[in-house]
Design a protein around this ligand. Structure first.
Ligand code: SF4
Length: 370
């Protein structure tokens, strides 16, 4: 049995209604409980009834995060390799129907980018491509991993979902982590936002973390694109997915991201706008619900928000990011996937963390420790 069966036993509208009907007493019960919180507690923590408890939530979240992670922040950076994509996604600048110049970096260009990232101090890289099997399929991933493995001690990928056997082939080449965001767990709206291409297969994407767990990957990243649908219900399904995976693939680590829909050329406006206070509520809810999960925030968020959120539950951050292939050195003018909001350099972020008593961690893992 995979997550599909668990998911199919739930109804979006029913969960949405249950969250909206949570009462103060249920929020307090979730907040002041000792030990592990349930999914029902998570529903209370993300509910509108929890909004007056934001300060209390932040306090608990801070304490739990420091207990487990100390005052550290894992630093990572995305390396966009290609903007080729065979999918239509209504929210993405790389969508097939968006007439942009398509590029896939050559080996020389990749190594140019790597050089810049290493000079910034990075040892943890996130490789990103669109979904275009012909240009960026398995032979390409195998080739690129071999090329860059000598330069980084932790390699994550955010590329098209693959079969279990593919992941098993990539892991010995240096693949440690795979991020696979469901975008939305609202099945009907998912179809509206992914009308064409392999990504339109909702269940193939939904079952990807299962395939990764079976392959024995080191870490899996989950998340939804906030703005496509009701964020409370989507986050509840993410939390449910996380709980299911942790029980079944207990040797794997997990991370959650909270991308809010950002402007990009030719993409839609968010259907649901999440305020900064609501994003803080969500981050704290995840931490109170799960003390082990890594919580990650990217440069999509503003400088002010990212400064504020340090210490409230987040454990990893990107800095100095470019979201276009070649954006660091090789082809700076290519079109970005979405606009960056926090433009500060890794050094500036490191200084900001230091001023708050936090340490930027550039390397916290090595394959030899496995
Ligand atoms: S979100 Fe991914 S799959 Fe969709 S258009 Fe963008 S790059 Fe392609």
């Amino acid at each position: 049995m995979g997550f599909k069966e668990v998911f199919d036993a739930c109804t979006w509208d029913k969960i949405r209604e249950e969250i909206s009907e949570k009462k103060t007493a249920e929020v307090e019960q979730a907040l002041y409980k000792k030990g592990k919180r349930s999914l029902d507690d998570f529903a209370a923590l993300v509910s509108p009834a929890a909004r007056p408890y934001l300060e209390e939530m932040a306090h608990i979240s801070r304490t739990l995060t420091q207990k487990r992670f100390g005052k550290t922040m894992q630093m990572y950076v995305p390396l966009y390799l290609s903007n080729e994509c065979q999918n239509i996604c209504t929210y993405c600048g790389f969508s097939l129907d968006n007439k942009i110049k398509r590029i896939t970096l050559s080996d020389a260009q990749i190594l140019e980018e790597v050089q810049v990232l290493k000079a910034m101090g990075y040892d943890h890289v996130l490789l990103v491509t669109g979904e275009a099997t012909q240009h960026v399929g398995m032979p390409y991933f195998q080739h690129v991993l071999k090329l860059i493995q000598p330069h980084f001690s932790h390699i994550a990928m955010e590329v098209q979902p693959l079969d279990r056997e593919d992941y098993e082939l990539l892991m010995p080449l240096g693949l440690n982590t795979v991020l696979v965001y469901q975008e939305t767990y609202h099945k009907d709206d998912y179809k509206l936002h992914h009308p064409k291409g392999k990504k339109s297969n909702f269940y193939y994407r939904l079952d990807t973390p299962d395939r990764l767990g079976l392959a024995g990957i080191h870490k899996i990243g989950l998340g939804v694109l906030i703005g496509l649908e009701d964020w409370r219900t989507d986050s509840f399904f993410t939390a449910m997915h996380l709980s299911y995976l942790e029980k079944k693939y207990w040797q794997t680590k997990y991370s959650i991201s909270f991308p809010r829909l950002r402007p990009a050329e030719g993409v839609l406006e968010p259907k649901v706008v999440m305020s900064d206070a609501e994003l803080v509520q969500l981050i704290c809810a995840y931490r109170i619900f799960n003390e082990e999960v890594e919580l990650s925030i990217s440069t999509r968020e503003s400088e002010k928000f990212r400064n504020h959120i340090v210490g409230l539950g987040i454990t990893s951050m990107s800095a100095g990011s470019r979201t276009n292939p070649g954006g660091y050195a090789a082809a700076a003018e290519s079109l970005e996937q979405f606009e960056i909001s926090d433009e500060r350099s890794p050094l500036e972020i490191s200084e900001m963390l230091k001023s708050r008593g936090y340490e930027a961690v550039w390397k916290d893992w090595d394959a030899v420790l496995q």
